[in-house]
Design a protein around this ligand. Structure first.
Ligand SMILES: Cc1cc2nc3c(=O)[nH]c(=O)nc-3n(C[C@H](O)[C@H](O)[C@H](O)COP(=O)(O)OP(=O)(O)OC[C@H]3O[C@@H](n4cnc5c(N)ncnc54)[C@H](O)[C@@H]3O)c2cc1C
Length: 411
């Protein structure tokens, strides 16, 4: 039997980041994953500034090393396509053409997650077990006992950090996080080669097509002429409208007047695969007696952008900081661990609520069309939208009716 004060189940971006932060603070941990790496994870593969910010803290010279990796593509902005097919291109930062390092990246998760695992393997303070699926979680007086099905792996820990993703049984059965369809999104991912008309600066593309509202269609460029193509729609709409996402996605590619041209020489590589996105549009309890939930296991995906990797990493950092306090106080009680909930709420709560409001923009296609048209002709609005990715105060403007009023009457 293995014994460790801190044990992390799930070594995706959330779990790996937690273990790396603990190691940086000189704290030993056990990290377990059911998969053998490198392993795939269905995702859009877009890595935001949050990911860069976090990894700069835990991986020495991260930006220099990562920028040199052949599996990534630097990303400088986003293009939104409105329901009337007008589009707007928004760089993440001003003067992006002269910036040496990109604000974000796009990398297949099979490569990116393996990059993180290689960092994990360099750390002597992390005991990493792969190909080990935890199926039994047993609460004991002084912590948790966790086991795989045939009990060839048994680990005793004072503090359990659950980072095992969107399908976590622990989150549902013990953490009490239920799947609620209005706070959950269904997503599909496909890899294509030779999609035409990709941005020279690797902008990611989000298309809000009138035939597919309130869902969205994306094209994210990847190295070697590849692109991650996918669709997402909130699960309550999928059920209500009885949408077959795969059929819809292929229909869009073959019939949409602009996209069918861009896909005429494109070939599908690999199968089209689906996975769930547990959204952070509802505040949940993220901890309990001797445990914390992080990343998708804690339902922290941004309800507007679908970004979950950065939020998983941020929650991992906060869980590591809380773990250090618990160890110092020798207190792993539910009461003490509530400080983790507070920290996550302080860091992400406002942002997630704003994104929830913005998610509702897709219910007003005319407003979407109007903003895109206006922003293309109005530099101030364009700048406001550009800052939206960096600045929560600017996103706050979108909540206020006065913003739309000013918009109507500005030149
Ligand atoms: C279609 C789609 C598109 C998306 N696009 C984007 C995007 O472009 N950008 C973005 O930032 N986010 C995106 N997301 C969200 C993002 O993929 C997740 O938010 C992110 O992977 C969460 O990281 P995590 O570490 O919490 O969980 P995961 O990455 O899911 O990692 C969980 C790990 O736990 C392991 N595990 C599971 N069960 C067990 C067990 N019982 N025992 C041991 N190990 C276990 C798994 O093998 C896995 O390695 C997308 C999601 C989907 C579905």
């Amino acid at each position: 039997m293995i014994s460790s004060k801190v044990c992390i189940v799930g070594a995706g971006p959330g779990g790996a980041t937690t273990a790396l932060f603990l190691a940086k603070m000189g704290i030993e941990s056990v990290l377990i994953d059911k998969a053998k790496f490198p392993r795939d994870k269905i995702c859009g593969d877009a890595l935001s500034g949050k990911v860069v910010e976090t990894l700069n803290k835990i991986v020495p010279d991260f930006i220099q090393h990562f920028s040199a990796e052949k599996f990534q593509l630097p990303c400088y902005g986003v293009e939104f396509v409105a329901p009337n097919l007008q589009s707007i291109k928004l760089p993440f930062k001003k003067d992006f053409e002269t910036n040496k390092t990109a604000p974000g990246f796009i990398a297949r998760r099979i490569d990116f997650d393996n990059y993180l695992i290689n960092e994990v393997k360099k750390q002597p303070l992390i005991q990493f077990f792969e190909a080990t699926e935890i199926s039994l979680f047993e609460k004991q007086n002084d912590g948790w006992l966790i086991k795989n099905a045939d009990e060839t792996f048994v680990c005793k820990t004072k503090l359990l950090i659950t980072a095992n993703g969107a399908h976590s049984q622990f989150s549902k059965k013990i953490g009490g996080i239920e799947v609620e369809h209005q706070h959950y999104c269904a997503g599909l991912r496909a890899y294509y080669k030779n999609v035409g008309g990709l941005s020279p600066h690797n902008f990611i593309e989000l298309h809000f097509l009138k035939e597919f509202l309130p869902g969205y269609f994306w094209i994210f460029p990847l190295p070697n002429g590849m692109a991650n193509v996918g669709v997402g729609m909130r699960s309550d709409y999928v059920s209500k409208k009885k949408v077959n996402l795969k059929k819809e996605m292929l229909h869009i590619i073959s019939t949409n007047s602009i996209l069918k041209e861009r896909f005429k020489n494109a070939t599908l590589v690999d199968d089209i695969k689906g996975y769930g996105l547990p959204l952070g549009s509802k505040k949940r309890k993220l901890s309990g007696d001797g445990f914390m939930l992080i990343g998708d296991a804690a339902s922290l995906i941004d309800p507007f952008t679908g970004e979950g990797v950065g939020n998983a990493m941020w929650s991992g950092e906060l869980a590591a900081l809380q773990a250090k306090i618990c160890l110092e106080k020798n207190d792993f009680s539910a009461k003490e661990l509530l400080h983790y909930d507070d920290a996550v709420n302080k860091k992400l709560g406002g942002e997630l609520q704003l994104s929830y409001r913005m998610q509702q923009l897709v219910n007003f296609p005319w407003l979407f069309n109007f903003i895109v048209k206006k922003a293309n002709n109005n530099e101030m609005l364009r700048q406001t939208l550009m800052c939206m990715f960096d600045d929560v105060e600017i996103r706050e403007q979108f909540k206020k009716p006065s913003f739309y009023f000013k918009l109507l009457f500005s030149k």
